[in-house]
Design a protein around this ligand. Structure first.
Ligand SMILES: Cc1cc2nc3c(=O)[nH]c(=O)nc-3n(C[C@H](O)[C@H](O)[C@H](O)COP(=O)(O)OP(=O)(O)OC[C@H]3O[C@@H](n4cnc5c(N)ncnc54)[C@H](O)[C@@H]3O)c2cc1C
Length: 402
């Protein structure tokens, strides 16, 4: 019996995506990590299985309180399903998990803040294949060269001009930034208002002035593309201002959007930790040291016990944060705890696994070496470890955490 036992939908997702991770993701993970290439064929296959690029927008009814199956008596579990699935995909490969699900970063604010028309437009822009025959993906462009954590300091500006806004600025570290067919970009419509002026816009690829930029070379999650995006006098119709302006809360909505995605990021980190843990257990079970089975060495056994405690605790935090989101409860503190602790556990478990295995695991192409590199990024994106701790601490003292 485990945390999933009383929810057949969760258990089913876990089983199906667990098999997908082992049979389809693992065999190609090393190659895409080496090449730093997106697994486009696998992404198309995943889309065929229902992991669509618009899934977050399509599931909006559940996010906004109506039951996902139309039965109000049944408990909602959309956020928990997202977490269970994310853990399994990241168990296969965190970079490929992000390649499959990265559009969700852009879909999330469209689902949360977009009007019905904007959601339709977002879906339309993601229909069919792109010029390379690849499925279409979306990007969420918030971070800038000098602004990552402090999003109130954005320097990208959207100047009103009749029925349009003219966007100018540079975005960096954007998932799917070079390949996206649609972007959700954050810009300040009124710099004199500071953070209150920040709004989101849907911008289609091919809009004059939208220039996808340089692709970055990264330490980990290399199967997921990260790139710069430039906006040079990019004219966007005011209909593409998320929420239509009148209803949009701007930056505060942006921050709420991160509360809904952080448990899933924590779940991915748990998936990485579990991958390293399972690898180690298998190795220990088959190995001996000075004639004694490795599992009988207390130092090794205690290391594994410590890792198992951490993984189970991290997963429990992730599912509590997601459960709160499913029940429309304020989960800011819990979402930050789930994300920060998941990242800490992924780094700790992969680092311990590397130490236990010794030099073999340092070799390029060794799975533990890859998981160790992948884990670090979970301490940085979607709000760094320090930013999560700042949110948790402020919440403890009753200060508005965001
Ligand atoms: C692989 C990857 C994918 C990404 N994808 C996207 C994406 O799709 N869209 C997007 O918009 N962004 C994306 N990012 C950017 C990511 O969200 C930022 O890197 C992250 O928010 C951190 O910002 P920064 O790198 O500018 O660090 P900074 O904000 O410059 O922080 C530098 C250091 O200072 C610390 N710090 C900052 N402020 C405080 C504070 N108040 N208190 C204590 N410590 C503080 C930070 O914790 C950090 O250690 C991605 C990043 C990576 C690595």
């Amino acid at each position: 019996m485990d945390i999933f036992h009383n929810n057949p939908m969760l258990a089913g997702v876990r089983q199906m995506l667990g098999a997908f991770a082992k049979q389809q993701i693992r065999p190609i993970a090393d190659q895409h990590d080496r090449d730093e290439s997106m697994p486009w064929d696998l992404m198309k296959m995943a889309q065929g299985f229902g992991m669509t690029q618009t899934a977050v927008v399509d599931g909006r009814k559940a996010l906004t309180g109506k039951d996902e199956e139309g039965d109000a008596a049944k408990p909602k579990s959309q956020a928990r399903i997202g977490c269970a699935g994310s853990e399994e995909l990241a168990y296969g490969c965190a970079g490929i998990c992000l390649a499959i699900g990265g559009s969700g970063l852009a879909a999330s604010p469209v689902a949360r803040m977009g009007t019905e028309e904007q959601q339709q437009e977002f879906r339309r822009l993601l229909k069919g294949d792109d010029d390379h025959g690849h499925i279409k993906v979306a990007a969420m462009a918030l971070s800038e060269p000098s602004t990552g954590s402090d999003i109130s300091g954005l320097s990208t500006v959207a100047r009103p001009d009749g029925d349009h806004f003219v966007i100018n600025g540079h975005k960096q570290w954007i998932t799917n930034g070079a390949s996206a067919s649609v972007y959700v970009v954050w810009a300040n419509t009124d710099p004199s208002a500071g953070r209150a002026g920040v709004r989101g816009f849907i911008v289609a690829r091919g809009t004059p002035g939208l220039v996808p930029g340089r692709k970055e070379t990264k330490l980990g999650i290399r199967a997921s593309e990260t790139a710069q995006v430039h906006f040079e006098d990019c004219r966007v119709h005011k209909d593409m201002l998320l929420g239509g302006g009148a209803t949009s809360e701007g930056l505060s909505d942006t921050k709420k959007m991160l509360d809904s995605t952080r448990p899933m990021v924590g779940a991915q980190a748990v998936g990485i930790a579990r991958a390293a843990f399972d690898y180690l257990v298998e190795r220990v079970q088959g190995g001996t040291m000075q004639g004694t089975p490795l599992a009988h060495h207390q130092r090794v056994a205690f290391e594994l016990a410590e890792m198992e405690m951490e993984i189970q605790a991290a997963r429990a935090l992730v599912h509590k944060a997601a459960w709160m989101a499913d029940h429309n409860m304020d989960n800011v503190r819990m979402a930050s705890m789930a994300k920060a602790y998941g990242a800490k556990v992924a780094q700790d478990v992969t680092s311990r696994a590397l130490t236990l295995l010794g030099e073999e695991a340092l070799e390029s192409g060794h799975p533990v070496e890859k998981w160790y590199r992948d884990a670090k990024i979970y301490d940085i994106f979607e709000g760094t470890g320090q930013i999560q701790r700042r949110i948790i601490a402020r919440s403890i003292f009753g200060v508005n955490p965001t």
